[in-house]
Design a protein around this ligand. Structure first.
Ligand code: FES
Length: 89
C-alpha cells in the first residue's frame, strides 16, 4: 500500500536527469557509485522535507548513509547545489 520511487524513477520522460542527479554529476558526488542511488534518494526526501536545509542539517540527515569511498565532502556539495537548483537559485 505504499508508493516506492527508485533512482530510475527520478528521470524525466525522455531520460533527462533530475536536478538532484545533475548536481551530483556536476560536483562528482561519487567515486564508485555504489552508494549513490541511496544518497540521491535520501537527498530527495531531505529537500522535500526541508527545502532550505543547511549544510550541517544535511550532514546530520544523511548520517545513515555510508560511502566507503569517503566522498562525503563532494556529496554535501552536491546536496547544497541540488537545494539551490530546486529553489531556482
Ligand atoms: Fe563509492 Fe560512495 S562513491 S561507496
Amino acid at each position: 500500500g505504499r508508493e516506492l520511487t527508485t533512482i530510475e524513477g527520478l528521470e524525466g520522460p525522455n531520460g533527462e536527469l533530475h536536478p538532484i542527479q545533475e548536481a551530483y554529476v556536476e560536483h562528482t558526488g561519487f567515486q564508485c557509485s555504489y552508494c549513490t542511488p541511496g544518497f540521491i534518494l535520501t537527498t530527495k526526501a531531505l529537500l522535500e522535507e526541508q527545502p532550505d536545509v543547511s549544510r550541517d542539517e544535511a550532514r546530520a540527515y544523511l548520517a545513515g548513509n555510508l560511502c566507503r569511498c569517503g566522498s562525503y565532502v563532494k556529496i554535501l556539495d552536491s546536496v547544497m547545489d541540488a537545494r539551490d537548483r530546486l529553489r531556482g537559485a
